[in-house]
Design a protein around this ligand. Structure first.
Ligand SMILES: [Zn+2]
Length: 437
C-alpha cells in the first residue's frame, strides 16, 4: 500500500468540498444499444393486451386507493393502502411481498409483486413502479394514485402472460418525504446484485388539458438512461395507430423514485404527463381533476412499453459489480458505507469514494456468444482490455493521477460485433499511475 500524508490531506479537503457540488452526477448505469422495434404497427398480441386496459378497471383500482384518503408515509392510512395493494396483486395470482424499510425516522413498507421471466439463463429484470404515499392532507389522485393504479392495471393484464425477463411491479412509499422507500429498495438491490435493466417510474400520468398534452407522455431520463427513453419513444411510434400518444424526452429530475436506482448503478426514468397540474400536493388533487381518457391512453402505452422491453432479447449484458456503489475505499478495501441519502437533491446517494489506488473494478458479462474483449475506460478513454474472465482491473491513473470525479466504464464486445456498456461515477484521490494498466 502506498500513499503520502499529502494525499490524505487532499482527500479530506476534496471529500468535504464535494458536499458543495450539487451538480455532481453520481451512481452508475448500464446501457445497451436499442434494437429497432421492427414490428410495424405493433405486435398483435401486445395490442390485444393494451385493449384490455379500460376506464372501468383503472377507475376501480384508483378508487380503491382513494378510499383511504391522504396516505402520508408512516400513517395508518398509508399502511392500510399498502394492504389494499398487496391484496390486489395477490388476487392476480402474482407472488407478492411487503418490503419494509426504516429510514430517517420513518418506518413504512413498499409492495413488490413479481412476474418471473421465462428465460432461465437471464437474471435480468425490469421495474414498473409508482408511489402510493401522499403529502399530508392530499388525496393524491394524480400524485401518485395515477401511477400506482396504472401499475395495478397493467399487472392485472400482464399476469395472464409470460415474458422473457422478470417484471417487478412496485408501489413505493416514502416518496414525498424524500424518496426514502425507493432509496431503501435500490440500495438493497445493488447490495444483493439484482440485475435491474431499467426502472419505469410513473408519477403523475393522469392529466391533460390541451390537445398536444393529450397526445404526449413525457420521459425524464438522466443522460446515461437516455436509451430507455429513446427505446420507449420508438415503441410509442410503433403503436401510434392503437394509442395516439408519443413519448417526449426531457432532462432528468432527481426528486422521483427512479433516481435512487440511477444513484445505485441502474438505469431509470421518471414518466409524467405534459400539461401543468396546479393541484399537486394540495387537498384538491382529487379524482375529478383527472382526465380519464388521457390516463387510459397513457396506461395502455406504458403496458406496450413494458412488454416490448421485457420480451426483447439481451444478446449481451455487462454489469460493473465492483467497486461497490455507496462505499468508501481505502486502497483496495471497501471501508465503510457512505450515506448521504437524506438529501436526494445533492446527488450524493450511492457515492463511491476511492482513497488511494487499486480498488478492483470487476465486470460480469452475460451472453451466450463468445466475448471478443472487455474494455475498461476512464472518462471514455481506453485504459485496459481483458479477453478472459474474470474481467478485472485495479483502478489507478494510467498516465496521470486520478483526483476528482471520474467515470469508470466497461464495454463488452462479442465476436459477432454486439456491444454492451455499463458505467459508474467515482470520486477518486489517487496519486499512483501505471503505464501498463
Ligand atoms: Zn409523486
Amino acid at each position: 500500500m502506498k500513499g503520502t500524508p499529502m494525499s490524505y490531506q487532499i482527500a479530506a479537503v476534496v471529500v468535504i468540498c464535494l458536499f458543495f457540488f450539487p451538480a455532481a452526477s453520481l451512481g452508475a448505469a448500464q446501457q445497451t444499444v436499442p434494437d429497432e422495434v421492427n414490428s410495424a404497427g405493433g405486435d398483435p398480441a401486445i395490442i390485444s393486451m393494451m385493449q384490455q386496459i379500460n376506464e372501468t378497471m383503472l377507475f376501480d383500482y384508483h378508487d380503491g386507493l382513494m378510499r383511504f384518503g391522504p396516505r402520508y408515509t408512516g400513517s395508518l392510512n398509508c399502511s392500510l393502502a399498502s394492504q389494499y395493494i398487496y391484496h390486489a396483486f395477490e388476487d392476480m395470482g402474482l407472488s407478492v411481498a411487503f418490503h419494509p424499510w426504516h429510514y430517517a425516522g420513518f418506518s413504512c413498507r413498499n409492495v413488490v409483486a413479481t412476474l418471473p421471466g421465462t428465460d432461465v439463463n437471464s437474471t435480468a429484470e425490469y421495474i414498473l413502479c409508482g408511489h402510493y404515499d401522499t403529502v399530508a392532507g392530499a388525496p393524491g389522485a394524480d400524485d401518485d394514485g395515477s401511477g400506482t393504479a396504472a401499475v395495478l392495471a397493467i399487472a392485472s393484464v400482464l399476469c395472464q402472460h409470460q415474458f422473457n425477463h422478470t417484471i417487478r411491479f412496485i408501489a413505493f412509499s416514502g416518496e414525498e418525504v424524500g424518496t426514502y422507500g425507493s432509496f431503501s429498495y435500490a440500495r438493497e438491490a445493488a447490495f444483493r446484485g439484482d440485475t435491474i435493466v431499467a426502472v419505469l417510474n410513473m408519477d403523475m400520468i393522469g392529466y391533460a388539458n390541451t390537445t398536444e398534452g393529450g397526445r404526449t407522455l413525457r420521459f425524464f431520463p438522466p443522460p446515461r438512461s437516455h436509451w430507455v427513453a429513446e427505446y420507449a419513444q420508438d415503441i410509442s411510434l410503433t403503436y401510434q395507430n392503437t394509442v395516439d400518444m408519443t413519448v417526449d424526452i426531457l432532462p432528468n429530475y432527481r426528486g422521483a423514485d427512479h433516481q435512487p436506482f440511477v444513484d445505485y448503478g441502474y438505469d431509470g426514468v421518471w414518466i409524467a404527463h405534459q400539461d401543468g397540474y396546479p393541484w399537486a400536493h394540495t387537498p384538491q388533487d382529487s379524482p375529478d381533476k383527472l382526465n380519464w381518457s388521457y390516463y387510459v391512453k397513457a396506461t395502455k402505452l406504458m403496458l406496450a412499453i413494458t412488454v416490448e422491453f421485457t420480451i426483447r432479447p439481451l444478446d449481451v449484458h455487462v454489469v460493473l459489480r465492483s467497486p461497490y456503489e455507496g462505499y468508501t475505499y481505502l486502497f483496495k478495501r471497501p471501508l465503510l458505507q457512505t450515506s448521504f441519502a437524506k438529501h436526494w437533491y445533492t446527488g450524493l446517494r450511492g457515492l463511491t469514494i476511492l482513497l488511494g489506488a487499486n480498488a478492483l473494478a470487476h465486470a460480469d458479462v452475460f451472453t451466450k456468444e463468445t466475448i471478443e474483449y472487455v474494455v475498461f475506460c476512464i472518462d471514455g478513454n481506453f485504459v485496459v482490455w481483458d479477453r478472459e474472465p474474470p474481467y478485472e482491473w485495479a483502478i489507478k491513473g494510467n498516465y496521470y493521477p486520478l483526483i476528482g470525479k471520474h467515470t469508470l466504464s466497461v464495454s463488452a464486445f462479442t465476436s459477432t460485433g454486439k456491444c454492451a456498456y455499463d458505467e459508474m461515477d467515482l470520486f477518486i484521490v489517487s496519486l499512483r499511475t501505471s503505464y501498463r494498466g
